[in-house]
Design a protein around this ligand. Structure first.
Ligand code: GDG
Length: 512
C-alpha cells in the first residue's frame, strides 16, 4: 500500500487516544486526558518514546488531523454517531464486556453491532498500516480491537504484532456464547504474541483455540493453519501472562509531596476526622462490586459493629459509559442504597457514606489514597485493578490496609492484602473488621510486602516484558525467572492461609 506522512517503529493502537476532544458550547475544542486504566498505564510507558498512537478521539464525527502531544504522534480514527452506538456502546460494552466479565449482567447480541465492529476494526487496521514503518512493532490493546491483529497482518506482513488484553479472558463455556467466536479467535491469531493479565486468562484463550477451532496447543503456544492447510502458512502464536502495573516511583514521589500530604489531612478533617476512614474509588461499573461493598457496610452499621462519626465511608464513583442502560440502572441503584444507608445511620453533620459521582485530578486521588485507613477493592471480576496497586504505591508511610477481592488480577500478586469474596457478605464484613482492627505492626508488615511487590513489578517492567515477549515470540524472552518463581510460591502459601480465614468466616456464621 502507498504510505504518505510520517511513519514510526512503534505503533500503539487502542480504542481511545490518551486524550479526548472536548467541544464547548461555542464550538471551541480542547484536549483532556481520557479516563480509564489503559491510559493510566500507558502514559508513563510512552513518555520519551518516539511512537504513534492510533485511537478514537472520544467524540462523534470525522477524525481530526493527526497531531503531536508530549512527543507522541496521535493519529485519530473517526467514528460516526451510529458507530459509537454500535461498535463502542453496543458490541464492545454490551456484548463483549459482559461475556468477558462472567456475565454479571446479560450480554446483548445484535448482528448489526458485529458488522459495525468489523468495519471499525478495519478502519483501525488501515490507520495502523499507514503509520507503521517497515518492520515496525505494532502493539494493539484490548477487547475493542480483537480483529485488528489479523487485519494488520493482511495489510502489512512485514510488521510484528502484539495484543494485550486489559480485561479477563472468559472460560470457553462463556466465550462460546458469542456467535462470532471463531472470527474473534482468528482475528487475535494474526498477532505474534498475545499478552494477558493472568495465567488463567491465557489458559482460557488457549482452551478456546483447542475446543472451538480444533487447534494444536503446546505449553503457552498455539499453532494454526490457514484454510487450505498450506504448511508454509502455518504460524505459532504465544499467549502468556504479562500482568500490568502502575508507575510506582511516580506515585510514590507524588504522595510524598507536601501538597498531597497536607491535602490528605484536609480531606480527613473535612470528613470530621474519623478514627477510621474507609474508601472506595472505582469507575462506576457493575464489575467493581460497589453494591456488594455497600451491602456489607450497611450490615456492619445495622449490627452496630461500627458507627459514624468514628467510622465513615467515602465512595468515589467515576462516571463511565453513561449511555449504556446497565450503567444507568447501576448508578440509580447505588445512589438509592447510599441514600437509604445515610437516611438510617447518619447523624447530623456526620454522614455514614460520603458519596461522589465525579472525576478528580491525579494529585487529589493520591491524597485520597493517603487519607484512607482501609481501601475497599471488591470487584466481582476485574482484569487487574490498578486502584489496588495505586493505593499501595501511595502508602510510603506504611499506613493503611487493603481489602482486596480474590476475583481481581491484582489478587494473584498481592496476597498480603486482606482477602475477600464479594459474594460472601458475611466474609466481607469480617474482612473489613479484620482490616480495621489489625494491630499496627501487622498492617505495616503487610503494606511493606505489598509495596515491595508493586515496586519490583511496576508498569515500566510490564511494558519491557511485553515488548521483549513480542520481539522473541513464539519463543520466551531470555530473562531470569528463578527469583519470581520463588516469589510466586511464597505468595501461593500466603494465599492458602488467607483463603482458609475467609472461608471460615462464612462457615462459622452459616448464613449469607
Ligand atoms: C481496565 C480493566 C485493568 C479512576 N477515577 C479517577 C481516576 N481513575 C483511574 C484510577 C485507575 C484507573 O482510572 C482505573 O483503572 P482500573 O484498573 O481500576 O479499572 P478499569 O478502568 O476498569 O481498567 C482493569 C486496567 O484496564 C489496566 O489494564 O486493571 O482490570 O478493567 O488508574 O486511578 N483517575 C483520575 N481521576 C478519577 O476520578 N485522575
Amino acid at each position: 500500500m502507498s504510505v504518505t506522512g510520517p511513519t514510526f517503529d512503534l505503533v500503539v493502537a487502542a480504542n481511545r487516544l490518551p486524550v479526548d476532544r472536548v467541544v464547548d458550547d461555542l464550538g471551541t475544542s480542547t484536549w483532556r486526558r481520557s479516563p480509564g486504566g489503559l491510559v493510566t498505564a500507558m502514559e508513563p510507558v510512552m513518555r520519551g518514546r518516539v511512537a504513534a498512537w492510533v485511537g478514537w478521539a472520544g467524540g462523534p464525527g470525522p477524525a481530526p488531523e493527526p497531531f503531536r502531544e508530549k512527543g507522541v504522534y496521535l493519529h485519530p480514527v473517526g467514528l460516526s454517531p451510529t458507530e459509537i452506538q454500535e461498535y463502542y456502546e453496543g458490541f464492545s460494552n454490551d456484548t463483549l464486556w459482559p461475556i468477558f466479565h462472567d456475565v454479571i449482567v446479560p450480554a446483548t447480541f445484535h448482528r448489526n453491532w458485529w458488522n459495525t465492529y468489523r468495519r471499525v476494526n478495519d478502519r483501525f487496521a488501515q490507520a495502523v498500516a499507514q503509520v507503521a514503518a517497515p518492520g515496525a512493532t505494532v502493539w494493539v490493546h484490548d477487547y475493542q480491537l480483537q480483529l485488528v491483529p489479523a487485519m494488520v497482518r493482511a495489510l502489512r506482513p512485514d510488521v510484528r504484532i502484539g495484543w494485550f488484553n486489559h480485561i479477563p479472558f472468559p472460560p470457553v463455556e462463556l466465550f462460546s456464547q458469542l456467535p462470532w467466536r471463531r472470527a474473534l479467535i482468528e482475528g487475535l491469531l494474526g498477532a505474534d504474541f498475545l499478552g494477558f493479565q493472568r495465567t488463567a486468562d491465557a489458559e482460557n484463550f488457549l482452551r478456546s483455540c483447542r475446543r472451538l477451532l480444533s487447534m494444536t496447543t503446546k505449553a503457552d503456544t498455539v499453532t494454526f493453519t490457514t484454510p487450505g492447510d498450506d504448511p508454509s502458512a502455518r504460524r505459532t502464536v504465544r499467549a502468556s501472562a504479562v500482568p500490568i502495573s502502575v508507575d510506582f516511583k511516580g506515585l510514590d514521589e507524588l504522595a510524598r509531596t507536601p501538597e498531597v500530604i497536607t491535602r490528605a489531612a484536609e480531606i480527613r478533617a473535612s470528613l470530621g476526622n474519623p478514627k477510621i476512614l474507609l474508601v472506595g474509588i472505582d469507575r462506576l461499573d457493575y464489575t467493581k462490586g460497589i453494591r456488594h461493598r455497600l451491602k456489607a457496610y450497611g450490615e456492619l452499621l445495622a449490627d452496630k459493629a461500627i458507627a459514624p462519626p468514628d467510622v465513615t465511608l467515602m465512595q468515589v464513583s467515576t462516571p463511565s459509559r453513561e449511555r449504556v442502560d446497565a450503567y444507568r440502572h447501576l448508578r440509580e441503584e447505588i445512589e438509592r442504597t447510599v441514600g437509604s444507608i445515610n437516611g438510617e445511620y447518619s447523624d447530623i453533620g456526620s454522614p455514614a457514606v460520603h458519596y461522589f459521582y465525579q472525576s478528580y485530578p491525579h494529585a487529589e486521588m493520591a491524597a485520597m489514597f493517603l487519607a484512607a485507613d482501609v481501601m475497599l477493592v471488591t470487584p466481582l471480576r476485574d482484569g487487574m485493578n490498578l486502584v489496588a496497586k495505586e493505593y499501595v504505591a501511595c502508602r510510603h508511610d506504611l499506613g493503611g490496609a487493603l481489602v482486596l477481592s480474590e476475583f481481581t488480577g491484582a489478587w494473584d500478586e498481592l496476597h498480603q492484602a486482606f482477602i475477600c469474596n464479594p459474594h460472601d457478605v458475611e466474609g466481607v464484613k469480617q474482612t473489613i473488621m479484620r482490616a480495621i482492627t489489625a494491630p499496627q505492626d501487622e498492617r505495616r508488615r503487610r503494606m511493606k510486602a505489598l509495596r515491595k511487590r508493586v515496586a519490583d513489578h511496576d508498569v515500566q517492567r510490564w511494558a519491557t516484558l511485553f515488548l521483549e515477549s513480542l520481539a522473541s515470540a513464539p519463543e520466551k524472552p531470555h530473562r531470569p525467572t528463578r527469583a519470581s518463581d520463588e516469589e510466586m510460591r511464597g505468595a501461593e502459601r500466603a494465599n492458602r492461609s488467607n483463603l482458609r480465614t475467609s472461608d471460615n468466616a462464612s462457615e462459622q456464621t452459616g448464613e449469607q
